[in-house]
Design a protein around this ligand. Sequence first.
Ligand code: HEC
Ligand code: HEC
Length: 325
Amino acid sequence: MFANILILLIILALTLGAGWLTDKALRAKRLWVKIAGGLGAGILTLVLGALTFAGVRGLAMIYFPGAAPAPELTVAGTPEQIARGEYIAGISCLGCHGSFPNGFEGAPEYPLVGGVDLAAAEGFGFVGQLGAENLTPGGKLADYTDGEIFRALRHGVDKNGQTLGFMSLLAVGELSDADLEALIAFLRAQPAATTDGPTGDKLNFVGLLFFGAGLFPAPEKRPDSINAPAQGPTAEYGKYVATIGDCRGCHGSDMTGTPASPAGPEVPNPRPLVGETTLEQFVEMFRSGIKPDGVAFPATMPWQSAAAMTDDDLAALYAYLTTAP
Ligand code: HEC
Ligand code: HEC
């Protein structure tokens, strides 16, 4: 944080210097100095000014997001909560926070020790480190209250109220209060484990610029309290299942596809394909990772999270994807 503030101050000073030079050049007596000097220094001032603007914005977004205080909360940790939490974690946390004995491209395993720098693994390591955290009681969550974990999941900020680079962009914040409490119950119930790998955020100045310039999607403000729709094979509950699976994070909030952006390549609209499959084919596609036309999902489509869903949840997902958005 301090290195980034220092860089920002230097760029601010350079902007002011370039502005001063522009002014000097424009007041020069000789015409060619006016034109060449004014244009050169003027463009430099604009570029540096834009960097300062994006830097200040990124700094505010990451270090001073204005997070509400963590709620007073004590999760009971009933067996039902732990089981529900384990189910959700298997669908939506394991893929990043698991351990990867065969490398990040291989299948993730428990325990949830993290230790992989996802910025580097996803090809944007130039923004700094975004290391998946150790979620077992052997990691930093041992020092968090239940309310602080709840706020981290709902609002994407850490114990100090600073933005979590990756978590703040995920759909986890849209899960219901009851499901977040179930996750906390499960995380607390795991055996403690440790990792030697990189954990936590170390965003550099380029990372701040990316957030500040809006090249990464801006973290959304979430309500403090969320209820899930009633469970059942309905489009409404299916949309919630698509949130648990973070399907909407990649395929767009209505599951109609997303265009290419600096955060990733284009993601197709899955609805036309699903509209042509029966429920049985749909379930089979996600259990096997092979589409009805015999083509396997590529590694860019994490079908394993859908494979971990119950038949009932897949039926709800099917109802959602076959109902017009
Ligand atoms: C796409 C990858 C990804 C997924 C999926 C993911 N996480 Fe994270 N998580 C991260 C990364 C990376 C960090 C490190 C901080 C950051 O960059 O957000 C992190 C940090 C955390 C933290 C630490 C917060 C803090 O205060 O430092 C918690 C708690 C957490 N994740 C819980 C979860 C839970 C629970 C799930 C599943 C519901 C989940 N995460 C799913 C990548 C992920
Ligand atoms: C990390 C991003 C990501 C997530 C999360 C994700 N998908 Fe995908 N999905 C993709 C990409 C990329 C493709 C295109 C793969 C290809 O090139 O064939 C795809 C393809 C698909 C297809 C096939 C579309 C077609 O016409 O071939 C379906 C169906 C689908 N996804 C459903 C889902 C569901 C349901 C979920 C949630 C459980 C989900 N996806 C989660 C990225 C994602």
